[in-house]
Design a protein around this ligand. Structure first.
Ligand SMILES: Nc1nc2c(c(=O)[nH]1)N[C@H]1C(S)=C(S)[C@@H](COP(=O)(O)O)O[C@H]1N2
Ligand SMILES: [Mo]
Length: 323
């Protein structure tokens, strides 16, 4: 059942669940009361419990999903310290440095527009009915670098269908949290905040598209878009909007942040395309993060190597015009 929640601001402080108890309740987290007690005790004596990867909470019951690349994943360290999240600053190190205090609980996602079940849903309920999958995807930034990320998420199509989009739903618009107090980068007019992105409905429903809630088997670090972001691996990274609070089914193409910022440089489609250069640099090659400084750049593949899955979505379209 879908549970409607009150606005965050309506929840009295006494009802805001302490993080430890909250974690304990979530079925997909391994953090049992005992583990947490142990962790707390360890913290008191200054001993850190051993973790395979980072310091996040491990996600429980994750199965291997389809479309996983066999390329070596980029290190956890690089995936979580070399980021673009302009709400926390424009340098690659800024998100890891400044996103930590962002409150990701409680969190809700508003579903609006052309669908039969609009409403505001607690993040937990938004994601709960679905099996978590691990999918290792390439991520190609428009700045000509790339990574390989073991995401944990759920197929976007499964989630969206639950809200019964109507025949008028031709696009899906996504919006990031707007909160300059928590996101200091929003105090500067780098982009027209909040960050906005959009997909055509068939792109959103493509089996590659994900809502991601974790990486490396753990809850998403804040700098990677906690608690929920999208992942569309055949498009430039900027389409994969982080920390989303709203999803709207629209009839017309929604305005998107980078397209508004520079329409000649960033299109609505933003499909990875080595034969269409950015006006200021080539898109033919990419630097794989973690390769040595002197390593050769790698050739960029059309649709970031996912052409078999998505090229048919653009049949008959001139991709140098619809960039
Ligand atoms: N809200 C928001 N989402 C965002 C961005 C951003 O600045 N703000 N940057 C985008 C860009 S340019 C990229 S390359 C990816 C980077 O994701 P990662 O830091 O998890 O690797 O996030 C995208 N999503
Ligand atoms: Mo990017």
């Amino acid at each position: 059942m879908l549970i409607r929640v009150r606005k965050t601001s309506d929840v009295p402080p006494s009802e805001i669940t302490p993080r430890a108890i909250y974690l304990d309740r979530r079925r997909f987290l391994s953090a049992s009361a005992l583990t947490l007690a142990g962790a707390a005790a360890a913290a008191v004596v200054g001993v850190r419990p051993a973790r395979a990867q980072g310091k996040g909470e491990k996600l429980q019951g994750v199965v291997k999903g389809p479309f996983t690349t066999d390329e070596a994943p980029t290190s956890y360290q690089d995936v979580t310290s070399y980021n673009n999240f302009y709400e926390f600053g424009t340098d690659k190190e800024d998100p890891a440095k400044h996103a930590g205090p962002m409150r990701t609980r409680p969190w809700s996602v508003t579903v609006a527009g052309h669908c039969e079940k609009p409403g505001t849903y607690a993040f937990e309920d938004f994601i709960k009915p679905f099996q978590l999958q691990e999918r290792v995807y390439r991520l190609r930034c428009v700045e000509a670098w790339s990574m390989v990320v073991p995401w944990v998420g759920v197929p976007m199509a499964d989630v969206l269908k639950r809200y019964h989009p109507t025949s008028k739903a031709r696009y899906v618009a996504f919006t990031t949290l707007l909160d300059p107090a928590q996101m200091p980068g929003q105090k500067r007019p780098v982009l027209d905040w909040p960050y906005r992105e959009g997909l055509r409905i068939d792109e959103a429903m493509n089996p590659l598209s994900l809502f991601a809630v974790g990486l490396y088997g753990e809850v998403l670090p804040n700098q990677n878009g906690a608690p929920i972001r999208i992942v569309v691996p055949w498009k430039y990274g900027f389409k994969s909007i982080k920390s989303i609070v709203k999803i709207e089914f629209t009839e017309d193409p929604p305005p998107t942040s980078w397209n508004m910022q520079g329409p000649g440089e960033y299109g609505f489609y933003a499909n990875v395309n080595p034969s269409v250069d950015h006006p200021r640099w080539s898109q033919k090659k990419e630097r794989r993060i973690g390769d040595g400084f002197f390593a050769a750049k790698r050739p960029t593949l059309p649709f970031n190597g996912y052409g078999e899955e998505v090229a048919s979505l653009y049949a008959g379209m001139d991709l140098s015009k619809f960039y």
